[in-house]
Every structure is written in structure tokens, then in C-alpha cells.
Design a protein. Structure first.
Length: 79
């Protein structure tokens, strides 16, 4: 059963629901069934850059730079 993000045009709420294929989702705020299904985000907004930076610092501490692009590796090795 996938979790989908929905937007209710009637009340303007955004929410997630775990939905079976055989059920019709309803807004938990106003019970409307005419909903817009939205694309879910893969990671919390604003956290992706922090996660990448953290992983890069950990890789650098361990002495490898495989997660950097060739241009970034060249720049880092010059310093």
C-alpha cells in the first residue's frame, strides 16, 4: 500500500494517506473525495544539502573523495 500526498481543493489542506487500490481517499479535514494527488518529496525540504555536506565530510575524514565530482576533487586536492 503506497503513501500518497494529496491536496484538497475544497478546504486547501495538504496531507498524506496510506491508500489501498480499492479505496477512494477522503480528506481528513472536510471529508471531500475529489482530491488532487501530488508527487511526494523524497527527502525533507531544506535537508538535502545538509545531508550531502555531512556525507562529504565523513568521506573526507575517511580519506576518500569518490562522492565528489572530478572538478570538485581537483579543487579539493589543490588546497
Amino acid at each position: 500500500m503506497p503513501i500518497y500526498d494529496y491536496h484538497c481543493p475544497k478546504c486547501g489542506e495538504d496531507f498524506e494517506l496510506l491508500v489501498r487500490a480499492s479505496t477512494t481517499p477522503a480528506c481528513p479535514h472536510c471529508a471531500a473525495t475529489e482530491l488532487e494527488r501530488r508527487l511526494s518529496l523524497t527527502a525533507p525540504q531544506g535537508k538535502i544539502k545538509a545531508i550531502i555536506a555531512s556525507n562529504r565530510r565523513a568521506a573526507a575524514r575517511e580519506g576518500h573523495f569518490s562522492n565528489y565530482s572530478p572538478a570538485e576533487r581537483a579543487r579539493l586536492l589543490k588546497s
